[in-house]
Design a protein around this ligand. Structure first.
Ligand SMILES: [Zn+2]
Length: 88
């Protein structure tokens, strides 16, 4: 997606330049410490383990799941040529 490194699942969903920046914004918005792993499955497990209220935990799962879905859709749009990343 960003043209840097191997586009494996951790890169696409968590640790790539574009995705890590997006997650940084998401966790700042949620006022949470960032997820430190690189596996999207671990991210969803982490959502279950974060010590916040029960309703907030459900919101966190929805936000993380939706963000993963968005990243996958955006990645497919870039790979198949209907979208490009802006420079910078
Ligand atoms: Zn990339």
């Amino acid at each position: 997606m960003c043209g840097e490194g191997v586009e494996d699942l951790p890169h696409i969903f968590i640790s790539g330049r574009v995705t890590s920046s997006l997650w940084g914004s998401v966790f700042r918005w949620l006022q949470l410490q960032p997820f430190l792993g690189s596996d999207p499955v671990d991210l969803m497990k982490w959502c279950d383990l974060v010590r916040i209220g029960p309703n907030q935990s459900q919101v966190l799962e929805v936000v993380c799941g939706t963000t993963l879905w968005f990243l996958w859709r955006f990645r497919n749009d870039v790979v198949h040529g209907s979208k490009t990343l802006p420079v910078n």
